[in-house]
Unconditional design. Structure first.
Length: 255
């Protein structure tokens, strides 16, 4: 079931989205060579605490997960695509980091992700991150009243494939509202004109994930959470919570 949000609901979700944006900005600011991933998670926790917000990530345990997620952000480094667990691993110059975080505020959720490099970026990493952000922008542009979920999926997939990057099958965006994961699912590749029709008041987390090596192959690491590329190539992830409105798409997780 898809819950249609009122304009008041969307305003409340915007406040949750602002907290997410500030938390991810704090993560990015903290990232530097030699800094452990746990310090980045701590920076995000501090932002949530200051805002009086909770975390939809901390303690989250879907049926496939061996243990509850132990942090408020997913930190996926280099060949990790998504769901990386922050641990004592120290960042190195040139690392590519994807940070995915959320917030619960006033009974509403926000979810967003960014990718960035630590220090000077390799040219191929910059191209990968740029493509992820371009794919996100294309997906958002397609999130208009009267379009369908397949139009968003097609817009994302077209950018990814044109750039020569892979798309991990089975991972994509989702509805969001009172909880982090709601209907409908939003694939990162698909056929236009297919799927649920978009209406004013729907809210979607749109999140392209790209594999730099060009294949779609991935596997789950031994921790049961982290999804990695099979070929060892790097990955990038970008995400925003987006409201579908009669005035056009409204990004709720922008700073």
């Amino acid at each position: 079931m898809v819950e249609i949000k009122t304009n008041e609901n969307l305003a409340a979700m915007r406040e949750a989205g602002r907290v997410v944006a500030r938390a991810l900005a704090a993560v990015r600011e903290k990232a530097a060579p030699g800094v452990p991933l746990t310090d980045l998670d701590r920076a995000a926790r501090e932002v949530l605490a200051e805002a009086g917000a909770g975390s939809p990530f901390l303690g989250y345990r879907p049926e496939w997960a061996p243990v509850p997620f132990p942090a408020v952000v997913c930190l996926s480094v280099n060949d990790a695509i998504v769901h990386g667990i922050p641990d004592g691993t120290r960042l190195a110059a040139g690392d590519l980091v994807s940070a995915d975080g959320g917030a619960l505020l006033g009974g509403w959720a926000g979810d967003s992700a960014i990718s960035f490099t630590v220090g000077t970026a390799r040219q191929e990493d910059s191209r990968l991150i740029d493509a992820a952000e371009e794919a996100l922008e294309a997906g958002i542009a397609a999130a208009v009243v009267g379009n369908r979920i397949g139009d968003i999926a097609h817009a994302i997939g077209r950018v990814c494939r044109a750039a020569g990057f892979g798309i991990p099958d089975g991972f994509g965006g989702h509805g969001i509202g009172r909880t982090m994961h709601e209907d409908p699912g939003v694939p990162n590749e698909g056929r236009p004109g297919r799927g649920m029709k978009l209406r004013h008041g729907m809210v979607l987390a749109i999140e392209p994930m790209l594999i730099g090596g060009g294949t779609d192959d991935h596997y789950t690491a031994r921790d049961g959470w982290t999804i990695r590329t099979v070929d060892g190539s790097r990955a990038a992830h970008a995400e925003h919570t987006v409201a579908i409105t009669d005035e056009g798409p409204r990004v709720l997780t922008a700073l």
